[in-house]
Design a protein around this ligand. Structure first.
Ligand code: PRP
Ligand code: ZN
Length: 289
């Protein structure tokens, strides 16, 4: 399979699969018919996607089986993989948490002492216990950790919580947060021997960064009275200087600006107070950074 393509490892089936494919799509990279196939070569980009179990991705990248990978930070840290973080991707956010049956929730961290904790994250959990001077029996389970308390195998669990649905369905409640995670793009080294792979990676990173920036930004358009321009320019949290256009009505101006998405609702009242009208907020597909 040495076709010079960049080999990207993705989770075969799980929380990160759809979002990762969506990211590639937004980067203009088509990955077709991926279901049930181990390797899919893109038709319009020099990339092969390897669909793997997320737990295997850090080692495969470290050992060079895949050139780069997308995986949760929780898995990278647990596997103690020697990899370089190329980019945090802002999705797949979750927490590794200690959780317990609703009726026996620990009140303080000290209450964990001496308990049996089921987890697929023995290494991260051990560090947490050591940092808090706690001793507990770690029961290592590779999947469906959430059923351990009801089977009587463990008193507590330490597992990934994202929406919290899995805990609720198993009548468990979160108690302490152990580790915060999100999806990250990793590679074994920041450079490959094969220079054409370096070129592809450079282009891919540029596309990913532009998609991520665009996702956090919106295009704001509005009309304002000419005399408010100075005040309105101060209100707008623009990434760059706003665009000012003249209108048929000479007393008015049109103002366009790229703003961070989360700022809009904070400035809307101030803009209106200064006479802004016809306010439009548009999504941005891509933004070259
Ligand atoms: C985790 C965890 C739960 C689920 C929790 O699995 O083991 O099954 O996510 O999510 P929720 O709070 O939204 O219900 P993960 O996706 O990390 O994959 P895994 O199957 O490899 O453990
Ligand atoms: Zn897994």
């Amino acid at each position: 399979m040495e076709n010079g393509n960049l080999k990207l490892a993705l989770q075969k089936k799980g929380r990160l699969t759809d979002k990762s494919l969506e990211l590639l799509k937004n980067c203009g990279i088509d990955i077709e018919n991926y279901s049930e196939r181990l390797v899919v070569t893109s038709k319009n980009y020099k990339i092969d996607v390897l669909f793997l179990r997320d737990d295997d991705i850090p080692e495969y990248v470290q050992d060079g089986v895949a050139d780069i990978g997308i995986v949760g930070e929780n898995v990278i840290v647990e596997k103690k993989a020697k990899v370089t973080y190329l980019e945090k991707l802002g999705y797949g956010r979750c927490k590794l948490m200690i959780a317990a049956p609703e009726n026996s929730l620990p009140k303080t961290v000290k209450d964990i002492d001496g308990k049996r904790i089921a987890t697929s994250y023995p290494s991260i959990l051990t560090s947490y216990l050591n940092e808090n001077n706690l001793t507990a029996k770690i029961i290592e389970i590779s999947g469906s950790v959430e059923i351990a308390p009801s089977l009587g195998v463990a008193d507590l669990i330490c597992d990934i919580v994202s929406t919290g649905n899995t805990l609720t369905m198993n009548k468990l409640k979160k108690s302490f947060s152990v580790f915060d995670s999100e999806a990250v793009l990793i590679s074994a080294n920041s450079k490959f021997e094969d220079d054409s792979k370096n070129e592809v990676l450079k282009d891919l990173l540029r596309r990913i960064r532009s998609v991520l920036t665009a996702k956090n930004s919106k295009y704001l358009m509005m009309n304002i009275p000419k005399e408010s321009l100075k005040k309105i320019s101060e209100i707008i949290p623009s990434l760059k200087s706003p665009t000012i256009l003249s209108l048929a009505d000479e007393k008015m101006l049109a103002v366009h600006a790229v703003i961070p998405s989360d700022k809009f609702w904070h400035i809307i009242d101030d803009l209106k107070r200064e006479g802004a009208s016809g306010i439009l907020l548009l999504p941005i597909d891509n933004m070259i950074v």
